[in-house]
Design a protein around this ligand. Structure first.
Ligand code: DGY
Length: 320
């Protein structure tokens, strides 16, 4: 019998073609604008052997138990904090993800947010579009330099390393904090391993690149923002729940830190009241991996993981 798969959103065609070629039957959640509800996912998974999920889908106990045939969940993302891994393990369901391919793309966006928030690019864009630009002025939209500054990287994994490599080109001094020292990370970037507190106190830019775990949840709160320089810029392209948004708004409002660049939100897609009103925050819609090239690569990997599983081969990227 041909395996049957539910896909929670339409993926790039390059991925679907691999499914077609492998003779795997699939249904795709039909709406591209609105995300499926939990019930939509449960209904979709019924009678399926596999599921391709997004980071915005909650894959909890009920979903994992909604088909007795469900054997594999292929996550179209590197992060998988939306999946109940313990339950998947208990049920013997394989979970895979797509690491590696989105590293450089996410690092590009991180730098984009650093530049945009330091140099007030979005604010100046709005001002210019509104017809308010009346002439060059010495004090108009003054921001902060990025080159030559100190960058604090929290999380020395793939994406943190890719950000560090970019920072070298900008002549930045790099501090990093990680669960353990990473000699590879230090090589070629000159990054210095410091305590979390020292990183907060000495960095001009603080950027987070950790997965969401019980240890990193709420890692940036009022205390941490207070420890940062008044001119510091906070960047989050990792997970929204790693920061306390209320504390961030307060820090941005009171001038405890200068600015922030955010790709992720605590309860996305909901945006906490008050954030959008601030001029010193640049906000984008979780587009860290959103380049055409990378989203295609992610689709190909997600589908290859799934096909390998059904063909009895080891998936390239197994979580459990
Ligand atoms: C991931 O894959 O976890 C990223 O957040 C996608 O942008």
């Amino acid at each position: 019998m041909r395996p049957k798969v539910f896909i929670t959103r339409r993926l790039p065609e390059e991925g679907l073609k691999i499914l077609d070629d492998a003779g795997i039957e699939y249904n795709i959640f039909p709406h591209s604008e609105t995300p499926p509800t939990r019930q939509d996912i449960i209904n979709g998974v019924k009678g399926c052997d596999g599921l391709i999920s997004l980071l915005s889908d909650t894959i909890g106990k009920e979903v994992l138990r909604s088909s007795e045939r469900l054997r594999v969940v292929s996550q179209y993302a590197v992060g998988y904090n939306n999946i109940d891994i313990r339950e998947a393990k208990r049920l013997g369901i394989t979970v895979t993800n797509t690491p590696g391919v989105l590293t450089e793309t996410t690092a590009d966006l991180t730098f984009g947010l650093m530049l945009a928030s330091a140099r007030r690019i979005v604010e100046s864009d709005k001002y210019t579009r509104a017809g308010r630009f009346k002439g060059w002025a010495p004090l108009l939209h003054l921001g902060e330099d990025v080159h030559g500054k100190t960058l604090g990287i929290v999380g020395a994994g793939r994406i943190g390393s890719a950000v560090a490599r970019r920072a070298v080109g900008f002549g930045m001094a790099i501090l990093y904090y990680n669960r353990s020292r990473n000699i590879e990370f230090e090589k070629g970037t000159g990054a210095r391993y410091v305590s979390f507190d020292e990183l907060l106190e000495r960095s001009d830019f603080v950027t987070i690149h950790t997965p969401l775990t019980p240890e990193t949840e709420g890692m940036f709160g009022a205390k941490e923002f207070q420890k940062m320089k008044k001119t510091a810029i906070f960047i989050n392209t990792a997970r929204g729940k790693c920061m306390d948004e209320k504390a961030l708004i307060e820090a941005l409002r009171s001038g405890e830190i200068r600015a922030a660049g955010l790709d992720v939100y605590e309860n996305e897609p909901e945006i906490i009241r008050g954030l959008a009103e601030l001029d010193n925050v640049v906000m984008v819609a979780h587009i860290g991996s959103a380049s055409r090239e990378t989203r295609i690569k992610m689709a190909v990997i997600a589908v290859r993981n799934l096909v390998a599983f059904f063909e009895g081969r080891e998936p390239e990227f197994r979580v459990c």
